[in-house]
Ligand binder design. Structure first.
Ligand code: AMP
Ligand code: MG
Length: 483
């Protein structure tokens, strides 16, 4: 597909508006992140958004409007608290979820009877919606799972050839997505923190329930919460602790060449480590503005592991913390409490045995209150989703690993682990060959004084996966007794 690159003058915006009227899709700037827009009331146009992004069809879109008149066409009613809230924060970086009316197709809301709506303040976005004269459904204009685009170049990098047009506007003012608040139920609920803070919402709405992360075992109220998000190609890890501990941890690494750090201006420099500053510790807006850009820059530099500092869980920082911690898949190394044992399970593709082992280990540790945490990786992993049968087998423990993406083993993971357990002797050999002999590496069987390898159920039936799971369970129970 040919992608037109357009500027922000009125003639170009008219071309973009015509594309939207014809059912096409256009990437446009907003004050939060760049959006990938199409006619919100045209199911076919909306389906193309999901296709262009590779977005799961059960993750609903935000509908962008330019006037309150448009709001009336898409929602059933506007409750009093919503009126007060949008009076204060629209146009701006705030999305409200209300009951939808019939006009809005289920393609846009991913089957829900509610619809998310926002009125952007960015003048290009506003003018485009006016010229197209329609509500525009638009998620962030990145490939699904990647960091959201905050510059026109990010959109070009991800989406040329996948969309009809890209409007090359300015860099996004805020740089993280809108605050999402649900006003369709009995109590207001915050689903995504953004530039409009929880404290600001509560000033208008009274108490707001916070529901920003999908817990294991639960269906999230906002479908987007269950997806891995905002992730660069590099592995992102949060280092919790004092600066001296962080410095000591980083200096202990044997190879700094592919390590990157997100820092603040106030932090002292560490020689030989590629650092990108998120700005001053005093200004959360700087960090918000730079975060996604910084993650993309790390990929461009070929960084393998990005270490990032802890972020405060308050006010405007909450939005930065939420995006960064999700990019890290909540992988946090607690440097002040160094006694959490870190176990790494390794198999071939990290889609069957080792993700099951990771889930089983963490489940047993939680139940027995053991201070240890498992991760997993593969010796030949290529970023694919966990196998359906593995996810199905683990689901019987009420644990959802279905969105897990496979990780390839690297030197840094080896260094960070206290104990590495492989499924078979061949994995152990592969690790020792690639990273040098290490006293931390055992096959699971070897570690518990047995001798059978855990065979690969790849391509097998659900029953095969379940018997592999049960074998892993009884072996890992013995592992937890030993550590
Ligand atoms: P994005 O389009 O990538 O900015 O993501 C939009 C976010 O809003 C996702 O996390 C969705 O799950 C959430 N969202 C959109 N519409 C609804 C809705 N009707 N109910 C709950 N969450 C919604
Ligand atoms: Mg998004």
């Amino acid at each position: 597909m040919e992608t037109k690159l357009l500027t922000t003058d009125d003639e170009s915006l008219k071309i973009a508006a015509e594309i939207l009227k014809d059912g096409g899709n256009v990437i446009f700037p907003t004050e939060t992140v760049y959006g990938l827009g199409a006619d919100a009331l045209n199911p076919e146009a909306v389906k193309n958004i999901f296709k262009a992004k590779g977005r799961p069809a059960d993750n609903p879109l935000i509908v962008h409007i330019s006037s309150l008149d448009m709001l009336k066409d898409i929602v059933e009613e506007v409750p009093e608290n919503a009126k007060q809230l949008v009076k204060k924060y629209w146009p701006g970086p705030l999305t409200v979820i209300l009951k939808k009316c019939k006009n809005v197709p289920y393609e846009t809301t991913a089957g829900l009877d509610t619809v998310a709506v926002r009125m952007p303040v960015n003048q290009v976005a506003k003018r485009l919606i006016e010229l197209a004269d329609m509500p525009i459904a638009a998620p962030s204009a990145n490939l699904s799972g990647k960091p959201s685009p905050t510059t026109a170049q990010h959109c070009i990098d991800d989406m040329v050839g996948r969309v009809d047009a890209i409007i090359e506007g300015e860099d996004c003012k805020y740089g993280v997505e809108s605050t999402v608040v649900d006003l369709s139920g009995e109590k207001p609920a915050l689903y995504r923190p953004g530039a409009v803070t929880l404290e600001e919402l509560e000033e208008v709405l009274g108490e707001v329930e916070v529901s920003v992360s999908a817990k294991e075992n639960e269906t999230p109220k906002s479908p987007g919460l269950k997806y891995k998000h905002y992730s660069p190609n590099a592995n992102v890890v949060i280092l919790a602790g004092e600066w001296e501990q962080v410095e000591c941890f980083i200096k202990g690494k044997t190879d700094l060449s592919r390590i990157g750090m997100l820092v603040f201006d106030e932090f002292p420099k560490i020689d030989g480590v590629k650092c990108i500053s998120l700005g001053s510790l005093k200004n959360p807006y700087d960090a918000m503005h730079r975060l996604f850009w910084a993650l993309r820059e790390m990929d461009k530099m070929g960084i393998m592991t990005v270490y990032a500092p802890e972020i405060a869980d308050k006010g405007t920082w909450r939005a930065v913390r939420n995006r960064l911690y999700r990019a890290a898949g909540n992988e946090i190394i607690n440097l002040s409490k160094g006694d959490t044992k870190k176990i790494l399970f390794v198999c071939t593709g990290n889609t069957c045995r080792s993700p099951m082992a990771e889930a089983i280990f963490n489940k047993i540790c939680k139940e027995k209150n053991i201070n240890a945490k498992a991760e997993s990786a593969g010796v030949y992993a290529d970023g694919s989703l966990v196998s359906t049968n593995a996810a199905e087998a683990i689901k019987e423990y009420n644990i959802d690993i279905s969105e897990r993406v496979s990780k390839n083993i690297n030197k840094d993971m080896i260094e960070n682990a206290d104990l590495i357990l492989t499924m078979s002797a061949s994995h152990k050999m592969a690790l020792n060959y690639a990273f040098g002999d290490s006293e931390k590496v055992y096959t699971i069987a070897e570690f518990i004084g047995e001798n059978q390898d855990v065979a690969d159920p790849f391509g097998g039936s659900l029953e095969d996966y379940k018997s592999c799971r049960d074998m892993l369970y009884s072996m890992i129970e013995k592992v937890t007794e030993k550590i």
